[in-house]
Design a protein around this ligand. Structure first.
Ligand SMILES: Nc1nc2c(c(=O)[nH]1)N[C@H]1C(S)=C(S)[C@@H](COP(=O)(O)OP(=O)(O)OC[C@H]3O[C@@H](n4cnc5c(=O)[nH]c(N)nc54)[C@H](O)[C@@H]3O)O[C@H]1N2
Ligand SMILES: Nc1nc2c(c(=O)[nH]1)N[C@H]1C(S)=C(S)[C@@H](COP(=O)(O)OP(=O)(O)OC[C@H]3O[C@@H](n4cnc5c(=O)[nH]c(N)nc54)[C@H](O)[C@@H]3O)O[C@H]1N2
Ligand code: SF4
Ligand SMILES: [Mo]
Length: 881
């Protein structure tokens, strides 16, 4: 350790015991600051160290969108956190593992009590009603204001905007969908707001799978079999997967058990990552955004090498019973026979067979390896074809999930033990099946947004700058009203209200985003730190973290949850710090200023919402089919909580649940909680049809093509075909035929990174020190570009420029560079270069297909930069006021 953030002590001199004291002091210096700023001086180091083994262990929330849900506990003494630990609620075993935290969760006290927490409402010095000096956004000084002043400024500007330009000039910015924030309730009652929507994690898994029968929306955790069945596979193909970095908790353990049971792993990925290394996977280095070409090559190889007697590779019976569109004899009624998949792959009509050689030219995987892959995944082998969604967070990838499904269907790896095909990522990685513990509900009535304007994230910043966008329906990607016929609309955004997420940072086209922020009249941001959203705002409102809330739950549901087997109950660790407030409080106070009754926004308080959620958590019964309430509630509990409710009988008492901080279903081999995806469908497709139009897996889906094409961003066919990807491999060439490289000869990917959960935790010095944030470059490319390990590298393209230090490696294929996702942007106003290395400084703002964010379709150049870059850990924290 060489850095202690908030007390400025050099830890190098410290031993472990001293270090604990320092951590205690760090917490002390901030957690007590509101009530008594001098307390830090009164606490002698000796006094604190004497007491480090005393205090109360409290289950502390780790609420980030990281794909894990782990038990983190904080040892609290007199309101000060002096230690953290992880799950010790039961003894650890492979089949019933503890829910252990990662390095980020364990350093969370550095986040909650960081000296860089936002302490008071703030206003940008040169902001005035109407915008003031707008260009100073991102560089201006900050002034402390009272909550009342903040609400007056915001409500006046909202009223003026509503009157002069209409409610659709107010944008609520949120990562997934604007309608789910607390402020959306207030502004819904105020007459509405413009929404934005984003495909984020899902990429083209947003619309495609649900339409073709591969994965129903809301049940993305049910496309592959459960973790015990992984151990029955002989071969596990991993397409764009890195659970060791991006699916914490026990996901990687699941794959490791499959390896121990004898499975071999094959990695289809531009990077030989930590997961592949651990599982000793065979690597097929694949260029980003070219998976469609590779898999078409596999389909071709399967077709030409299949021999039902001597070399059976294709499961013709499954194809015929369970799919539609594979060949001319199985086409949907409204399609021409020659438009079938098989003839496209063989090149019957277009005279271009999609053979291994053709595929190899595009994807980079050796021709023979493609053929070998086809042999390995043949129908008689026990195979899992698993994929994460990174390969679909690419442009023009709308039919990639359909193609993965097609390969799975051709080889029959669906609906049987030891066979599976599907996506498995984030909290569901390596463990498919319905939740065994289902989250409860706060029971709040929904407040509808009377305005239907909804902007796709890929057009959002341009829409603000250019005044027009493509309307394709209201709501998020999961909403049934999205994906309608594209309609060009005018829009005049005057207010950006950042009410959740880190959109300026995590959406593509950050440079355009910053410009857009400089155009509008008012930017409001809720925040715990001076994040990128807050940095470019005019009014910043400090919010509490879940450590400062009464309590709540994590996991047990679908998105942002833990694995299917558990739910966490977290409790309050500290009183709200400084003047930070809850978002519900902000929503209510703003409502009052806007003349809306707070009771209309929230008919009951946060404690009652907590109770409603607690009592509606459901847990599976021993039969593996039915569910019952999880928690027993007594009259005494109700009285103590001061809520309205009924007693109920569950599997665990309220007190015990709160004390343990977690409920986990105990599992063992052969229990009733196993899961085989598509089992019933495979056995009897007529009795258990899918929810597609034909009831089958649609290898040809006119519905998908129609839905995507009518949006108007770019077009696809009803069957999976190869489409040239904007900002993909082919675009790295000036002349593809002559193979002459262009101005941006490298492809860039942006893997999710251990130092952070997206942008969260990027400000933590411990993590900055443990995990540098380099640009990964292949050794061959480094040599060509005269780059050494550690050199400062300028990474640039038509959208922006970033600086990072080189990490030269053989674990990335040549021609590809990797910039870890989520670093906080740090643009030098003089040069416009981002010294923070934010990934989205380099991504473009444009929509393709179903409105997919194309984070992994990006082309750049790299070159040596002469100035040295200050190491992230040596940069000062962003401490304001
Ligand atoms: N280039 C590139 N971009 C990507 C990706 C990629 O792979 N490459 N991945 C994409 C994916 S998969 C995703 S899911 C998105 C994630 O995009 P975001 O959801 O925007 O990412 P986070 O950094 O998790 O943002 C959470 C923000 O909320 C703040 N916060 C924490 N608690 C609270 C709270 O209680 N209230 C409020 N209002 N704020 C709070 C945090 O400080 C943080 O700023 O990023 C996407 N962006
Ligand atoms: N530590 C940490 N964990 C996280 C997150 C985080 O920010 N930090 N974010 C969470 C969230 S919200 C999500 S959605 C998940 C995402 O988790 P993942 O989908 O696993 O995300 P990535 O790390 O972007 O990509 C995984 C692998 O895909 C490869 N890849 C990239 N592009 C392509 C391509 O075009 N084709 C192929 N075949 N491979 C490709 C990368 O090299 C990488 O090895 O992670 C979750 N977990
Ligand atoms: S994996 Fe996520 S939930 Fe678990 S400790 Fe790490 S940051 Fe927290
Ligand atoms: Mo995500």
């Amino acid at each position: 350790m060489s850095y202690v953030d908030s007390i400025g002590v050099n830890e190098k001199k410290f031993n472990r015991r001293d270090f604990l004291k320092a951590a205690a002091l760090t917490a002390a210096s901030t957690s007590v600051a509101t009530s008594d700023n001098t307390l830090i001086n009164k606490l002698s180091t000796k006094e604190v160290s004497k007491d480090i083994d005393e205090g109360q262990w409290i289950t502390a929330a780790c609420w980030h969108n990281c794909g894990g849900r782990c038990v983190n506990k904080a040892l609290v003494k007199e309101g000060i956190v002096i230690r953290q630990k992880t799950d010790d609620t039961h003894s650890d075993s492979i089949d019933f593992p503890q829910q252990r935290g990662c390095l980020r969760g364990r350093s969370q006290r550095k986040q909650v009590f960081g000296a860089d927490r936002l302490k008071y409402p703030m206003k940008r010095k040169h902001w005035k009603p109407g915008g003031g000096d707008k260009n100073l956004r991102g560089q201006d000084e900050w002034e402390r204001i009272s909550w009342d002043e903040a609400f007056n400024y915001i409500s006046d500007e909202l009223k003026k905007t509503k009157k002069e330009s209409g409610n659709n000039s107010i944008l609520i910015s949120a990562g997934w969908n604007s309608a789910i924030t607390d402020i959306s309730r207030t502004l819904g009652l105020f007459g509405g707001y413009t929404e934005c929507w984003n495909t984020n994690s899902f990429g083209s898994w947003s619309l495609t799978p649900a339409t073709v029968g591969f994965m129903q929306l809301g049940v993305w955790d049910q496309t592959v079999n459960d973790r015990f069945d992984l151990r029955n596979c002989d071969t596990i193909v991993m397409i764009s997967m890195n659970p060791a970095w991006s699916a914490m908790g026990s996901s990687t353990l699941n794959y490791l058990q499959a390896k121990k049971a004898g499975a071999q792993f094959i990695a289809i990925d531009p990077m030989y990552n930590e997961t592949h290394n651990l599982l000793e996977a065979k690597w097929l280095p694949t260029r980003p955004s070219t998976d469609t070409a590779l898999l078409l090559g596999v389909a071709h190889s399967l077709l030409v090498m299949d021999d039902p007697i001597h070399q059976p590779l294709i499961d013709w019976d499954f194809l015929s019973k369970c799919t539609i569109g594979f060949d001319a004899d199985h086409m949907p009624d409204n399609m021409k026979k020659e438009d079938n998949f098989k003839d496209y792959v063989l090149g019957t009509y277009d005279k271009q067979p999609k053979n291994a050689k053709w595929a190899s030219d595009i994807c980079g995987v050796n021709e023979n390896e493609i053929k070998q892959l086809a042999l390995t995944i043949g129908k008689n082998n026990k195979v899992a074809i698993l994929c994460g969604m990174a390969s679909a967070r690419t442009r023009n990838s709308d039919n990639l999930p359909q193609l993965i499904m097609t390969i799975g269907a051709m080889t029959g790896h669906m609906g049987k033990s030891g066979h599976m095909t599907g996506s498995t990522m984030h909290c569901t990685s390596g463990n498919g099946g319905p939740a065994l513990v289902k989250a409860g509900s706060k029971g709040l009535p929904a407040i509808l947004n009377p305005i239907d304007d909804t902007i796709n994230a890929n057009e959002l910043w341009n829409a603000i700058l250019d005044g027009k966008y493509t309307f394709t329906g209201q709501g998020s990607f999961a909403s049934p009203t999205q994906y309608s016929k594209g309609e060009l609309r005018n829009i005049n955004i005057k207010v950006i209200y950042h009410a959740a997420s880190a959109l300026l940072q995590t959406n593509d086209g950050m440079a355009r985003g910053i410009e857009a922020h400089k155009k509008v009249d008012l930017v409001v941001a809720h925040g715990q730190f001076l994040t990128t959203n807050a940095k470019y705002a005019d009014i910043v409102l400090p919010i509490i973290t879940p450590w400062e809330q009464f309590g709540g739950f994590l996991g047990g549901n679908l998105i942002h949850s833990g694995n299917r087997e558990m739910i966490i109950h977290y409790s309050q660790v500290t009183n709200p710090l400084y003047e930070a407030k809850s978002e519900q409080w902000i929503a209510k106070e703003l409502a009052k200023k806007l003349g809306i009754s707070e009771k209309d926004v929230y008919p009951f308080d946060e404690k009652q919402q907590y109770f409603n959620e607690l009592t509606t958590i459901q847990v599976v019964n021993d039969d593996g089919k039915t569910y019952s309430p999880l928690v027993t509630i007594t009259e005494e509990d109700i009285k103590e909580l001061g809520v309205i409710g009924k007693t109920q009988k569950g599997k665990i008492s309220y007190k015990k649940f709160k004390e343990n901080g977690v409920y986990q279903v105990e599992r063992f081999q052969g229990d009733n909680f196993g899961y085989i995806a598509y089992e019933k469908f495979r056995k009897n497709p007529d009795a258990y049809p899918l929810t597609t139009q034909t009831g089958k897996l649609e290898i040809c889906s006119p519905t998908l093509a129609q839905k995507v094409n009518r949006m108007g961003f770019s077009t696809i066919k009803a069957i999976p075909t190869y489409i040239n990807v904007k900002d993909g491999y082919v675009d790295t060439f000036e002349n593809w035929q002559k193979k002459k490289k262009g101005k941006y000869p490298f492809q860039l990917i942006t893997p999710h990174y251990l130092r952070r959960s997206h942008s969260v935790f990027d400000n933590i010095k411990w993590l900055q020190e443990a995990w540098k944030n380099p640009i990964f470059i292949n050794a061959y490319d480094a040599k060509i570009k005269n780059l050494q390990d550690g050199d400062t590298v300028l990474v640039e393209n038509e959208y922006g420029k970033v600086l990072r230090n080189a990490l030269v490696t053989e674990c990335l294929m040549p021609g590809v560079v990797a910039l870890p996702h989520g670093a906080w942007s740090d643009v030098d106003p003089k040069t416009g270069i981002d010294k923070g290395g934010a990934d989205n400084t380099l991504s473009g703002q444009f929509a393709t297909g179903q409105g997919v964010s194309g984070y992994n379709s990006c082309i750049v150049n790299i070159s040596k930069f002469n100035d040295q870059l200050i190491n992230d850990v040596k940069k000062p924290q962003r401490i304001v006021l």
